[in-house]
Design a binder for this molecule. Sequence first.
Ligand SMILES: Cc1cc2nc3c(=O)[nH]c(=O)nc-3n(C[C@H](O)[C@H](O)[C@H](O)COP(=O)(O)OP(=O)(O)OC[C@H]3O[C@@H](n4cnc5c(N)ncnc54)[C@H](O)[C@@H]3O)c2cc1C
Ligand SMILES: *[C@@H]1O[C@H](CO)[C@@H](O)[C@H](O)[C@H]1NC(C)=O
Ligand SMILES: *[C@@H]1O[C@H](CO)[C@@H](O)[C@H](O)[C@H]1NC(C)=O
Ligand SMILES: *[C@@H]1O[C@H](CO)[C@@H](O)[C@H](O)[C@H]1NC(C)=O
Ligand SMILES: *[C@@H]1O[C@H](CO)[C@@H](O)[C@H](O)[C@H]1NC(C)=O
Length: 494
Amino acid sequence: MARIILTSVCLLLALAPFSFAADGEGEGKGKGKGSGRPVTTIHRDVAIVGGGAAGSYSAVRLREEFGVTVVVVEKDSKLGGHVNTWVDPATGRGFDAGVQNWIEINNASSFFERFGVAVQPNVRSVLDQHFVDFATGTRLTNYTPPPTADRSAALRRYLAAAEQFLPILEPGWWNFPEPSQIPVDLLLPFRDFAAKHNLTAGIPQIFATTGFGKHNFLDSMTLFLMRSFDFSMARTLLGLEANFVPVSRRNQDLYDAISDFLGPDALTSSTVTDAQRLNGNGGATLEVYNWATGTTTRVVAKKLLFTVAPTEENLKPFDLDGDEKSAFDGLYYSSSVVGIVSHPSLPLNASVVNTPAAAQPDNWVAAVPSYPFTARFENYPNSTYYRVIAVGDQTFTKEQARDVIQGSFDRMVAAGTLQQTTPPQDLTFHLLESHGPVSASASKQVVDTGIIQKLNGLQGSRSTWYTGAAWSVHLTTSLWRFTDTVLSRVVASL
Ligand SMILES: Cc1cc2nc3c(=O)[nH]c(=O)nc-3n(C[C@H](O)[C@H](O)[C@H](O)COP(=O)(O)OP(=O)(O)OC[C@H]3O[C@@H](n4cnc5c(N)ncnc54)[C@H](O)[C@@H]3O)c2cc1C
Ligand SMILES: *[C@@H]1O[C@H](CO)[C@@H](O)[C@H](O)[C@H]1NC(C)=O
Ligand SMILES: *[C@@H]1O[C@H](CO)[C@@H](O)[C@H](O)[C@H]1NC(C)=O
Ligand SMILES: *[C@@H]1O[C@H](CO)[C@@H](O)[C@H](O)[C@H]1NC(C)=O
Ligand SMILES: *[C@@H]1O[C@H](CO)[C@@H](O)[C@H](O)[C@H]1NC(C)=O
């Protein structure tokens, strides 16, 4: 409801004639010309749009390591983006529906310790797997998942094939080859890459870990798939790299602590409604509207660091030029929705995994459902709650996801796979959060036009720098490592 109201308020603001008042140093109150609303003006070295993984991390690093003044503009009422922690009101126990665990890259756990969030090694809980075709609701009677040894061998082959590209892919695509020089393997649809490197036995696990986040997993270009299932993830699954979780099992704890640290430097419940960006040292001026308080803040910054997905909608207030439009128009995204549900009919200690019947008996490449799909209902250990994930293309909404999830459940009941209660009841949704748009990708045709170079070419132009999932491996700690490479450039440009 608040969001809907917000949209119309933003539209009104955007329509109101507005020009930027002369910048004075220091803080001050004035009136936004034309809008007639009180405006507080603040001055910062760097204005950061988005307070998720990339934005929060950037704010801390810039302020603490580089002594740079910052402000974060976050549209949600809290920092943290994709973590989605739900706390059971009955017991106080935390359940993470988004981010599950953190790969130990670049000493990431010390970042948690710095904020007083104790961490421990992640121990995977072993659940029974029930393979059900969610299109029909029927439990598969003749499906054999890849044996562990074959699965690991396939992952090792993935790693070996992928690692030769490390120098051009990590920690970012700064030195990415011109279109004619891109290794052919990276341009293959993942389906063909998997066939070429005999990875079939690894497909169900790659899909279940992070691959599901791409609505077109098997048809996705290998280049972009490697940003969703990267070297570190393969290494983690093979036990070659450590990963950890907060002892509290509430990933939100980290971002709540960052929020305390940033204090008034984090403008939550806020969006940019108008912006002016200049070349060279001209800086950026943003008008930031807080939908909770109805107040407007003018941010005058030397540089803008844009960390949210560079979609048309998110960039609307920023008056894109032709180069920016043409680069960002080339990207497409997926949307995943995660939730926590309960229902007495769902099996305890089990993960009910959507597996198309065509995957039987061991046709693993077919173990990937077509979108939109529910990936699985996964029981949180020692609880009656289930993590659910539904995935679709960029237009997939939370409302559609709820229908897709409920539909999957209903078909399992209709097919007799699950026993309905008397009287019948729907799933109870305790949490449902949209993660979209994510998994930025481009078609082969667009990659051939040099989109990677075009995107890199935007870094620093019009006083604007970029990080976030669209620019990097979209796993938090890999993204932090990439973000470090952006931050050093931002600081050098101040
Ligand atoms: C289901 C799921 C599970 C995942 N599990 C893991 C995991 O186990 N381990 C791991 O390392 N990574 C995991 N990830 C990936 C990780 O969450 C992302 O890599 C990371 O959150 C990306 O950070 P970001 O800053 O780019 O985006 P986000 O974290 O999404 O942050 C973007 C922020 O910007 C805000 N925002 C959006 N639009 C605007 C706007 N117009 N103006 C202002 N603010 C805006 C959003 O509210 C959000 O807070 C998972 C992702 C998903 C979807
Ligand atoms: C990680 O960071 C902590 C705290 O800054 C430091 O004490 C430790 O030596 C670091 N470890 C590594 C392996 O860099
Ligand atoms: C391909 O992988 C399978 C296991 O899935 C294995 O049995 C077979 O030996 C592999 N073939 C080659 C050529 O490596
Ligand atoms: C689930 O697993 C736990 C721990 O192994 C066990 O105590 C419990 O009985 C199991 N519950 C069911 C319904 O199997
Ligand atoms: C679940 O309960 C079992 C048995 O009490 C315990 O050993 C295990 O650590 C618990 N797991 C979680 C995730 O709470």
